[in-house]
Design a protein around this ligand. Structure first.
Ligand code: HEM
Length: 77
């Protein structure tokens, strides 16, 4: 069973405010509330993907290997 199957998309969508924000990247759910301020690409793009699957956006902007490593280090839910 993939990680994301632990949650329904409805449950993930509940977490879509700046104080309580989850995003899905590559089948994993990340709680990114604390990361909003730290994201080098700004908070706006993260907020736009609040509570949804951001995999395509994450890959489309061409994040560096460092960014991919950072994502892997992040604890998923
Ligand atoms: C938890 C997920 C994410 C992590 C860990 C992350 C990490 C990073 C890092 C480390 C950078 C600095 C540049 C680089 O190393 O590539 C960056 C830049 C950026 N990110 Fe993210 N990011 C995440 C999610 C997203 C999402 C969902 C978007 C939506 C489009 C996004 C859009 C951008 C943009 C536009 C930049 C600026 C690129 C530039 O200045 O060239 N990121 N991100």
């Amino acid at each position: 069973m993939s990680e994301v199957a632990k949650y329904t998309s409805e449950q993930i969508q509940q977490h879509s405010t700046r104080e309580d924000i989850w995003i899905v990247v590559h089948g994993k759910v990340y709680d990114v509330a604390a990361f909003l301020d730290e994201h080098p690409g700004g908070e706006e793009v993260i907020l736009e993907h609040a509570g949804i699957d951001a995999t395509e956006a994450f890959e489309d902007i061409g994040h560096s290997e460092d960014a991919h490593d950072l994502l892997k280090l992040k604890q998923s839910r």
